[in-house]
Design a binder for this molecule. Structure first.
Ligand code: ZN
Length: 272
């Protein structure tokens, strides 16, 4: 599932390619992913343009020129591509927005995810984003804020880092990477950790997310033919999906174990 760096990478592409281009046609092949009737979605979105692109947690926010907001969540397998308007792949899109530029913004595999439309530009009031924890890269998210949040919980550190109600936008890939950077085992209980250890996690979290955004994240779905950014962070992953590969610090094999219902990847020699 895409996390903050992957969604930020998509937002960068969207800002570079679709802002202020009128939406001249809409195809909906999967009405189930919408929160309103297809006819209403088409009539409210047709003729509008995307005036701003934002992100909250793992959700893309498209502000429309008629002061509506589209929220998009990819969940496990969704992705978006900018295709030529006669591309044969468009027949497989869940939802496609044809633009005046002869390009089509196509959303694929929005099966578990969604594309919702709301009559507001104040996305803070939208249900989809109202119950999510703070953004880990926001300026006011300090180390002391992070410590205070985690001190309200008792469980293992890895599931807590992935808890969207506690902190926004972190999933399985970056929780593993952050804990390797912090030299902390994914199964460690927060209440048994020192402030210094939690502070170390905070600094690794901000550093790794920023590096991964800079390098284009780890998603394997390119946005367009000219996309050289997406997936650029894959060679920099140290533990995620590297089971049995050598630890880059000590050479022992990376291990995997189910933690909180997800695969944790870690080095049992480097992490404690
Ligand atoms: Zn190691």
């Amino acid at each position: 599932m895409p996390e903050i760096p992957e969604i930020e990478t998509v937002c960068t592409h969207l800002r570079d390619s679709v802002l202020n281009s009128p939406i001249t046609g809409i195809t909906i092949n999967r009405a189930k992913c919408l929160n309103i009737a297809s006819e209403s979605f088409i009539s409210l979105v047709s003729g509008q343009s995307i005036s701003a692109v934002g992100r909250r947690a793992k959700i893309i926010l498209l502000t429309l020129s008629n002061h509506h907001t589209i929220t998009i969540h990819f969940m496990l397998e969704g992705y978006v591509q900018l295709l030529k308007s006669d591309d044969p792949d468009l027949s497989h899109a869940s939802v496609a927005l044809c633009l005046s530029t002869d390009k089509t913004l196509a959303f694929f595999k929005i099966n578990l995810g969604y594309i919702h439309l709301f009559p507001t530009t104040d996305w803070r009031t939208i249900d989809d984003v109202s119950n999510i924890g703070p953004e880990p890269l926001s300026e006011d998210f300090t180390a002391s804020h992070f410590l205070a949040l985690l001190r309200t919980r008792k469980g293992m550190i890895k599931p807590l880092l992935m808890d969207q109600k506690l902190i926004a936008g972190i999933g399985n890939v970056y929780s593993n990477e952050v804990l390797f950077c912090s030299r902390i085992l994914p199964t460690r209980k927060v209440k048994e950790m020192t402030d210094e250890e939690l502070s170390h996690i905070y600094h690794c979290l901000r550093s790794i997310l920023n590096q991964a955004i800079y390098r284009g994240g780890v998603y394997d779905r390119k946005y367009s033919r000219s996309d050289t950014l997406t997936g650029g962070y894959v060679p920099y992953l140290k533990v995620a999906y590297r089971t049995d590969g050598p630890c880059y610090e000590c050479g022992l094999p990376i291990q995997t174990q189910r933690v909180g219902g997800r695969n944790a990847f870690y080095c049992s020699n480097c992490q404690h």
